[in-house]
Design a protein around this ligand. Sequence first.
Ligand code: KG4
Ligand code: ZN
Length: 342
Amino acid sequence: MDDEIHIRSSVVASQLATHGKYGGVVPELASREHLRAIVPVVQAAMAQAAADWNSLDAIAATIGPGLVGSLLVGLTYAKGLSFALAKPLIGVNHVEGHIHAVILESKRDGHPVEFPALALVVSGGHTHLFAVEENQHYRLLGKTRDDAAGEAYDKVAKLLGFGYPGGPVIDQLAPHGDPRAVRFTPSKMKGNTLDFSFSGLKTAVLRWTEARDLSHEIRARRALLAANASPSIKDWISLTPQATLDLLASFQRTVVDEILHRAVTAARAIEARSVIVSGGVACNDGLRLAAQSADLDCPVHFPSRALSTDNAVMIAAAAFPKLRRGEFSGLTVPAYASLPLA
Ligand code: KG4
Ligand code: ZN
């Protein structure tokens, strides 16, 4: 077995077209789409890698956290392969996968993540800070008490008629607005000051929209989305007045400030030698840009865009050290809706 991890293939089946019109993921549709996709996606990945089944060392699959109906499709298929091929099964935590996508790429690019590292996992389900040791040991330092950062993006986008997922659209529209136009109060956390909260910000955006009559522009954007599942940014801008662009820019600035402020404090507290940012929100250009000038004493590592949002490479990357240590899961391992990493 090689010491290094090489990406032999990466095949992602997107469900955005299915869920987009509902303004969020519909669990029942998600598991049906997984069922439809699992066999062709695995076959395509094997073909792209020019691998044959017997050359595999192990089968890794996500065991949680997430929508159990979807997790069960992947996990049950992985169990079937593991049994039929007599190869060990490795159950992986989804969040650990996001962290390992960055560790993998940092090694490949010749600037490996150094430990202890601070991991900031920001996705549709998570806004978590972990202290990470080299041996896959994680300590939770802070997490959101209500909405995840990606969820806040998705809810604001849905409210304003931008569809799902909200992050990419708001991120591309934000540079067209004034980030100082709308003043949102930063969240103050009692107890653990490294925890996050985005529900107050989401409510403030709701109040802002209620104080104006936006029904015309929202209706126009919903109509655009009904006619075209993925409008261009030019299309969105043509239907979005300056005041709304300013709101989006101010929203994004507030989210980015909140995230980076806590990440900087946490990195100092654990004397981090690297910062890892991962999860779907790691795609955010505003966050990437602001992280470059954040007051950090160590390098910040972001994943490539392809490995920021959910993918199978990250699960293989997190499984690899477990394979080396012989840490396997039994065929009875269940799928978990909630599965704390630390
Ligand atoms: O990690 P991921 O693919 O799935 C989960 O595990 O949740 O993350 C999806 C989330 C969505 O909430 C989406 O709106 C957000 O990541 N996202 C972004 C951006 N791209 C995706 N949020 C902000 N800015 C982006 N550019
Ligand atoms: Zn994810």
